[in-house]
Design a protein around this ligand. Structure first.
Ligand code: CMC
Length: 431
């Protein structure tokens, strides 16, 4: 833990306590509030964790005012433009970018581990054919803990790294098979000549009937999207993984908890929800009426793909995603994409509306990702599973960092507002 740079004094009644202020490398200073409870018997109340730094981390940094996102210090724009997803996965896990030999070795390990135990095939048959692929992903990644339980020793560094590599390598296979299962199609096995993203496409779309023709534009776009989603500091799903992991639970079970948290429409499920929203709006003429509904708090409707807890300016990933969207459509020779035009008009109208301006609501990563996924031929039910494939790298890096640090079990307290102490009465005497 970094040394305190100053302190703040808190007084409650006759008692005072000095709370240390700690400086990170970048970002706001934090107050270490441990002594609030031990010295003053007070708890910190912060529903939704709006002002809580839950841990110390060296992995990802966000400055929401400046639209800055760094993985291990590298700007997301540079990584999305120049790195491969495999390089980024190595960076998140190992703190540094790989050299040529490290990259070759890491890529080989991922390829070797990308196959699933044959018995895992049987799990898929237990799901209904119309199950959402996120349900299958959540269940099957959790089931990896049944295959790698005794084998995982979280106190051993090599075992932790092997678990991380297994997860990153196997999750594309599970996600692709989840899709194939819902389509009633043959599972396709990963091939060693393909890159990480190429394999994802191959396993989702190839069939045993004919050779698969890889489209490099689509594969590069998928790789870039995976990079954009790889990690994002202490978001809801990452915090879930850390919380589950803090109990010492099996890492695959912890990742399954993270997948569940990601699925919600306020988090990773937003990319699928954006497409549903655009489909329901249908035409540009319908946008003003839709915006009015969003602004009416009684409607329960939100502008999906807008707003973020940390970004109070543009989400840098949304900007890259929007540019990538245009590039991909150009490269694929798609000159007219009504959905993109609708989204751009919706964005323009929202950004000029005082409701969104006052609340600092800007497009987030999910606003454009669904459109690009659709242009790439990815079915909408797979948008969130692909987010999970990418984020698995961040989750497991954060899990490793937590286990390798001095983290205690994560155990929040509460503000209790229920009944005071009372005593049981037999049912016959109750009104
Ligand atoms: N549409 C309409 N109003 C909104 C929206 C939105 N998308 N987002 C926030 N607001 C309003 C909200 O009603 C509130 O207004 P008021 O102050 O009048 O009560 C104010 O803005 C603050 O919102 P909040 O819900 O307190 O903010 P939060 O930080 O708790 O929630 C959020 C962040 C991302 C859950 C929220 O902005 C949201 O629901 N957005 C839509 C879903 C979405 O796109 N999620 C993806 C997030 S980015 C990728 C990821 O995390 O996976």
């Amino acid at each position: 833990m970094t040394k305190p740079v100053s302190s703040v004094s808190v007084t409650a009644g006759d008692e005072s306590v000095s709370l240390p202020i700690i400086k990170g490398t970048m970002g706001p200073d934090v107050i270490d509030i441990h002594a609030l409870s031990s010295a003053l018997g007070l708890l910190n109340y912060d529903p939704g964790f709006v002002g809580t730094a839950s841990c110390e981390s060296k992995i990802t940094f966000i400055d929401g005012e400046k639209s800055l996102l760094l993985y291990r210090g590298y700007p997301i724009e540079e990584l999305a433009e120049r790195a491969t997803f495999t390089e980024v996965a190595y960076l998140l896990l190992n703190e540094e970018l790989p050299n040529v030999e490290q990259y070759r070795h890491f890529s080989q390990l991922l390829k070797k581990q990308s196959l699933l135990h044959e018995q895992i095939r049987n799990f898929f048959n237990g799901f209904r054919r119309d199950a959402h692929p996120m349900a299958i992903l959540c269940g099957t990644v959790g089931a990896l803990s049944a295959f790698y339980h005794e084998a995982v020793d979280i106190s051993n560094e090599a075992s932790r790294m092997l678990s991380a590599i297994r997860l990153i390598a196997k999750i594309p296979t599970i996600a692709a098979w989840a899709y194939k299962y819902t389509q009633g199609e043959t599972f396709m096995y990963p091939r060693s000549e393909y890159s990480y993203s190429e394999n994802l496409l191959y396993m989702m779309f190839a069939t045993p009937m004919e050779p698969y023709v890889m489209n490099p534009v689509v594969a590069r776009a998928i790789d870039r999207i995976l990079i954009l989603h790889a990690d994002h500091e202490q978001n809801a799903s990452t915090s879930t993984v850390r919380l589950a992991g803090s109990t010492g639970a099996n890492p695959f079970a912890c990742i399954s908890a993270g997948i569940a948290a990601l699925w919600g429409p306020a988090h990773g499920g937003a990319n699928e929800a954006v497409l549903k929203m655009l489909d329901s709006i249908g035409r540009k003429e319908n946008i003003p009426a839709f915006i009015e509904k969003v602004k009416d708090k009684n409607s329960g409707i939100r502008l999906m793909g807008f707003g973020h807890r940390v970004y109070k300016n543009f989400d840098p990933r949304a900007k890259i995603m929007q540019n990538a969207c245009h590039d991909v459509l150009n490269e694929l020779g798609i000159t007219h994409e009504p959905l993109l035009e609708l989204a751009m008009e919706l964005e323009k109208i929202a950004l000029e509306d005082p409701y969104f301006i006052e609340r600092k609501l800007y497009p987030n990563v999910d606003f454009y990702s669904g459109i690009i996924f659709r242009a790439l031929g990815i079915p909408s039910s797979m948008f969130t599973p692909l987010f999970a494939v990418a984020r698995a790298t961040g989750w497991i890096s954060q899990w490793k960092e937590m286990i390798e640090g001095t983290q205690r079990i994560n155990r929040p307290r509460q503000l209790y507002t229920g009944a005071s102490l009372r005593h049981f009465t037999p049912i016959s005497t109750r009104d």
